[in-house]
Design a protein around this ligand. Structure first.
Ligand SMILES: *Cc1c(COP(=O)(O)O)cnc(C)c1O
Length: 430
């Protein structure tokens, strides 16, 4: 397996792009070597510019839940393209996607579409402040909520991989209303409420996905929500990653905690740039033009992106692959744990629906500090051996792997073989 063409493109890319990537999570900083350039994808697989074929467990960091180039999505997008690209005026598809999304979330009467997860969350947080008239927001360390200033602290994968504590260029004033709590630790939230009276809400990934997969412990979300309501504060669920991944709708429902405000992205665009935030009528009525909270977007509700989202969600509903996801996830978990035993490599596997990943540590991982006990040098060996055996993973210990509904038995065999080879390689290095 050669990477010559990727190497050439990487060198070329360095000239006019920053690190030859448009998102730092795509850089290979923590695993060594250079990023691969992808030529095309089909179903569960992608092919790089050198012609190497991989089972894709990155899936564009989540959106490609049906796999690549699903025929129905392609057809819907082609059809939309014929009518024009963007109008700056309403189109019927916006109403169609809004209904699909609102129907899937019991706590959502209205939704506003934006262009990315980052935009969805920054707007959702603004809405919590507008509705409560309070300024402070609590976030959990290890959770990532996009790259807006105020939430770019203790923010998980991208930063953890590059060992950046926060971000340069974020003024102190921008984070002075951000309080940090510990995932799965309600007391760490309560403590902030004892010290501050102006907390608008708590933002959380209902299943952590940006410090690796971290699952809320029994009752944590429900207790959090009940506590917040005694304080008049809102629960903001950042379901940009989890939305439509574990069920048709949100992970919040599976976990028994209906959020006040929900933020979405990734899957709802099916690979096109769509984000969204939504809530009950009384909360959404704060948003302009009905209310005084301003939020706008030239390309928001873009007709091509809406067509991608509608066709993806319709097909997803039809396929209903969630039981399959859970079953395949369990098999891959077994494969990883078995290899760990066989080659005497410490490994912990966390999994929720179609999101999962191994941590190279022997401790249980229920928060960011525990995730960080992982041996990232082992991950780097693992990563490259998986690549060489035809499985494409995110180049970071702290990213979730994703399953697509297009995954086949052949893909699972390929994963099993690659995992075995990779753990053997780790053992040889110990
Ligand atoms: C990916 C992600 C975001 C940011 O979405 P972008 O589309 O990358 O801006 C926000 N929150 C969570 C939980 C995410 O996984």
């Amino acid at each position: 397996m050669g990477f010559k063409k990727s190497q050439k493109l990487y060198e070329k890319g360095l000239v006019n792009l920053v690190g030859a990537v448009n998102s730092p999570v795509r850089a290979f900083t923590s695993v060594g070597g250079n990023p691969l350039f992808i030529k095309r994808g089909r179903g569960s697989q992608i092919i790089d510019v050198d012609g190497n074929k991989y089972v894709d467990l990155v899936l564009s960091y989540g959106p490609m839940i049906l796999g690549h180039r699903h025929k129905k999505v392609q057809k819907a997008v082609h059809k939309a393209l014929k009518n024009g690209y963007s109008f700056g005026a309403s189109t019927e598809n916006e109403i169609t996607l809004a209904k699909i999304v609102c129907d899937a979330f019991p706590g959502m009467d209205k939704v506003r579409f934006v262009n990315s997860g980052t935009e969805a969350v920054l707007s959702g947080v603004r809405l919590a402040r507008a509705y409560t008239g309070k300024d402070k927001i609590i976030k959990f360390s290890g959770c990532y909520h996009g790259h807006q200033d105020s939430l770019l602290v203790a923010a998980g994968s991208g930063l953890a991989t590059l060992s950046i504590p926060g971000s340069k260029g974020v003024p102190k004033e921008a984070v002075k209303n951000t309080l940090i709590a510990t995932y799965n630790d309600l007391d760490s939230v309560k403590k902030h409420f004892e010290e501050h009276s102006d907390i608008a809400g708590v933002i959380i990934e209902p299943v952590g996905g940006n410090m690796g997969v971290v699952i809320p412990q029994n009752g944590f979300l429900k207790e959090l929500k009940d506590f917040l309501h005694t304080k008049g504060a809102l629960l903001i669920a950042d379901e940009v990653m989890t939305g439509f991944r574990s069920k048709f709708g949100g992970a919040q429902e599976l976990l028994g905690a209906e959020a006040d405000i929900t933020c979405l992205g990734k899957v709802i665009g099916g690979g096109f740039p769509v984000g969204a935030y939504g809530a009950r009528n009384e909360i959404m009525e704060c948003v302009a033009p009905l209310g005084g909270m301003y939020q706008a977007g030239t390309l928001s509700g873009n007709p091509i992106a809406m067509a991608g989202g509608i066709s993806t969600l319709k097909e997803l509903k039809r396929q209903n692959p969630y039981e399959k996801f859970s079953h395949i996830g369990e098999r891959i978990e077994t494969i990883l744990l078995h290899a760990g035993k066989k080659y005497n490599v410490d490994v912990t596997v966390n999994r929720f629906g179609s999101m999962m990943n191994p941590f190279f540590t022997k401790v249980a991982v229920t928060n960011f500090a525990q995730a960080q006990t992982s041996d990232t040098s082992k991950f780097a060996i693992f990563f490259w051996e998986m690549i060489k055996n035809g499985v494409f993973l995110p180049p970071s210990q702290f990213e979730a792997w994703f399953l697509s509904s297009a995954i086949s038995e052949e893909d699972i065999s390929k994963i099993e073989n690659a995992v075995d080879k990779s753990f053997q390689k780790i053992q040889e290095s110990q």
